[in-house]
Ligand binder design. Sequence first.
Ligand SMILES: [Zn+2]
Length: 397
Amino acid sequence: MRLFSRRRHTTLNTHSEPAPVRGSAGRRSRRGRVLTLAAVALGLAVSTVPLTTGSAFASVQTCLTGTLKYTATDAETGTRPTSVARNVNWELRGQTTAGGAETQLATGITDANGNFNACYNGASALPSAYVKFNSSSTKMWRVVTDKSDTATEYTFNSNTQYNTSGTIGLGDVTVPSEKVYAFKIVDVLNLLYWKRGTSSVCWTGNQATYNDCDTLTVAWGANNAEGSIFDIRTRKVLLNSNEPDSKHLILHEAGHWLQWQLFDKHDVPVTGCDGHTFNKISSATCAWSEGFADAVAAYTLGDYRYVFKGGSSFDFTNDQNTVGWDQGDQVQGRVSSSLLDLWASAGDGGNWNKTISVMTDYQSDDFHDYFVNDRPNGGLSTTGAAKDFLVKHTINY
Ligand SMILES: [Zn+2]
């Protein structure tokens, strides 16, 4: 247990604070940006505010609208659905004068239904215009090509429209197949962001305002050497091949990053983790780290299992009599199932928010430290139903 300096917000209404305007200079409404961010947090559909030229002759509006979609294998269901890509960064780009330079005309994010409405107000029709999509969501999370400092986001462009004005519907804009995983990761990470359990616009209450927020960076490449790891050196989640087929896999690794963020970027030493698996003893620190990450994925997706990229899955259901399971708090599956029970309706109020709060204030070295020391420090029960959950999963404190 290590008590952090508390960073309780003097105001919890961080969404109402001014947020930066991304992109090129423009007279874009700051309030519009704030509303967009708040809407991201709430998962609401939003319309973005266009840049304007500020010219008295700015009377011609051009809007490119449509829906961003991707088709990717879903290991959880064994299907290959077409999904909308939510809260994905877009840029409206084009020329404002014939033969002129191509510039960024507006920026925004797709809404909760994958829709974009990319508008520009100018003096005349645009000689050319298109929408560029980036594998990122505001500055909160992004997917880049690899773990190097020079890695870049994946991007692609819609069809270009020429000599255009008014509202042009592009219909469904489909992510190119070789970039689908990057955009699937961006879309899936919404699920974790929406459940982050803090009133801060950032991932944790350790950061209060948009400028302060750390960015969750995932490096995915089909042929990248490393995958299925939260890299301790670069602080990036590394994925490769078809790993993003599994939402559990994406969210498990993001869960490691989240724990590091909750602990205000302090590292909890983890030992004895080689070859760890759900139902066997590893170590107390490994079971805490991996059990938490497993629980993050299952909690975010609302189930009680881990699904591998190939579609097979491991059921976390266990009690004292479950055959094939080791016992105690050095078993990650015992820890993850205990956490999921604590976060369920009969536990700490039906969600994990109280655990998130405790972890924001206290760095738990392992599950024992979390339960015995830090839960009481955070005002959470260690008796009654809470204790019973652990006993069912063979953890007796
Ligand atoms: Zn892990």
